[in-house]
Write a protein that binds this ligand. Structure first.
Ligand code: HMG
Ligand code: MG
Length: 325
């Protein structure tokens, strides 16, 4: 496939950004998968329903993975069956193999995701196979999903660095992203699993991926371990990205990525976007309340800056910036 350059809609500075961005909410899955606390199903239901009511249109609700590997996701089936679904909201699930795919279909997941990585060691640690074997496993899942008309998202982890192998070459990320896209994933989400990215590294990585996958089919997924996530998101926006993964209250971390912290907080991303005149359809004050509720349920404070600012009384929700250009 030829080179695909990011398209910008105009020449002035603010017009270089998309008019609207889709936030792909990770809280119920990436946010909770590594939680040690015993989280009640009722709290998970409240979380998913609260996110939908706050305006999130895409919610990764659970994962159909081995309960021995990720015990916190063991009630995903029950969760999918118990939530009251809001029309227009897409409830998605991770499915590493056919067993997971069948379970996700059985409880009515609207969309599924296969997840691979640009690092051999991480792939082994995370899903117990090589990169090549992981692709072989994804093929029948994607075919079965196509037959049932279920959209498939593809993840590539370790797009900037790997907790076991260090720096990851942009070319390797581009290679795996291209395979997932060519297999039929409607979108490829690029995960900085350990949060080691900086804007320049992200720019180089995205440029390599755009050689093979159109910019509108690429999403970014930043963990915020080193506090770089928002800067990296700004770079991604400047390069034409308009789908961003994030987690309410900055919940989470990957069980197979050691000290990596949660995804960038959804509240912080929404604040950034609204402050740039970019629409998300999300009510920030309502979202922050959802974040406070789930963190209270698991005995933690929200990690997102905006949630903290509201919580400690520094900013009243009605005074939070909403810019129109
Ligand atoms: P395996 O042990 O190689 O699989 O694990 P297996 O096929 O040999 O099966 C072993 C056992 O697991 C069997 O049970 C299977 O039935 C069961 P037993 O006979 O021992 O009782 N099993 C399952 N149970 C429920 N659902 C399933 C399933 N499959 C097998 N789907 C496997 C391979 C992939 C299953 C395992 O490695 C696994 O579950 N890994 C979990 C990985 C995971 O969830 N990681 C976190 C999500 S990825 C992430 O966070 C990164 C991301 O956010 C992006 C980023 O930040 O970079 C997406
Ligand atoms: Mg993640």
């Amino acid at each position: 496939m030829g080179s695909v350059s990011p398209s910008f809609s105009g020449s002035s500075f603010s017009e270089r950004y998309p008019n609207s961005v889709t936030i792909f909410e990770m809280g119920p899955r990436d946010g909770l998968q590594n939680e040690q606390a015993d989280i009640q199903l009722e709290d998970k239901i409240r979380l998913v329903e609260g996110l939908a009511n706050a305006g999130l249109k895409k919610i990764e609700t659970g994962a159909f993975v081995s309960p021995k590997w990720v015990p916190q996701m063991a009630d995903s089936s029950e969760l999918f069956k118990r939530i009251t679904r809001k029309p227009g909201v897409v409830y998605t699930a991770l499915t590493p193999n056919m067993k997971g795919f069948e379970a996700a279909v059985e409880c009515g997941a609207d969309e599924i995701a296969v997840f691979g990585a640009a690092s051999e060691t991480f792939t082994q640690k995370n899903i117990n196979c090589s990169i090549a074997e992981s692709i072989e496993r994804f093929v029948p899942i994607i075919e079965a999903a196509k037959e049932k008309g279920i959209p498939v998202r593809g993840y590539v982890s370790c797009v900037v660095g790997c907790p076991y192998e260090g720096e990851v070459e942009p070319a390797k990320v581009a290679e795996v992203a291209k395979i997932l896209y060519d297999l039929g994933c409607y979108e490829v989400s690029l995960g900085d699993t350990v949060g080691v990215g900086t804007p320049i590294k992200v720019q180089r990585m995205l440029s390599a991926v755009f050689e093979h996958v159109p910019v509108e089919k690429v999403a970014v997924h930043f963990h915020d371990t080193f506090g770089m996530a928002l800067s990296n998101i700004l770079m991604a926006l400047q390069m034409g990205i308009s789908t961003i993964d994030s987690s309410v209250a900055g919940l989470g971390g990957c069980p197979y990525a050691g000290c990596a912290s949660g995804n960038v907080g959804t509240e912080d991303v929404v604040y950034l976007l609204h402050g740039m005149g970019i629409e998300t359809g999300i009510d920030l004050a309502q979202l922050a309340q959802v974040g406070r509720d789930i963190t209270k349920a698991i005995g933690k404070d929200p990690q997102s800056k905006i949630a903290k600012a509201i919580m400690y009384g520094n900013v009243a929700p009605q005074n939070m910036v909403k810019t129109t250009f």
